[in-house]
Write a new protein. Structure first.
Length: 133
């Protein structure tokens, strides 16, 4: 793992959350993107070397909608940048972690992504991210 890539925050109202975080962080979102395969619209903020990703569900049965229904708005996941996502997935499986997908998927912000099940990471949803080159 190279570094924390971003922190994901689940929100019900992306437009309202963007306005709130723009005030909080002192700068606007630099990118909004829909990831249709995950049923989500994302909005990214840059904070120094760190990023915050706001996530709004585009469908009532989507993973973000389900997370908000279960736990409310707020912290959703922590993402780590990796050099080789397939090698990291293999390493984590060998260490006993449960992955939510067997192959990396296309995610937001030009990344390949894979998620580690929260039950195998002390209740935290972990995302692995590799820049698509």
């Amino acid at each position: 793992m190279i570094r924390i890539e971003h922190i994901g925050i689940a929100v019900k109202d992306l437009e309202g959350a963007e306005a709130l975080y723009a005030k909080l962080l002192g700068s606007p979102s630099y990118k909004r993107e829909e990831v249709a395969s995950e049923g989500v619209v994302t909005s990214f903020f840059q904070v120094g070397p760190n990023k915050i990703e706001l996530l709004e569900s585009t469908r009532p049965d989507g993973p973000i909608a389900k997370a908000i229904e279960k736990r409310g708005e707020g912290f959703h996941h922590i993402a780590f940048e990796v050099e080789d996502i397939r090698a990291e997935m293999k390493r984590l499986k060998a260490e006993g972690f449960t992955l939510l997908n067997e192959e990396p998927k296309h995610g937001a912000d030009n990344k390949l992504v894979c998620f580690v099940h929260p039950k195998s990471a002390n209740g935290v949803l972990v995302e692995l991210c590799q820049e698509i080159r």
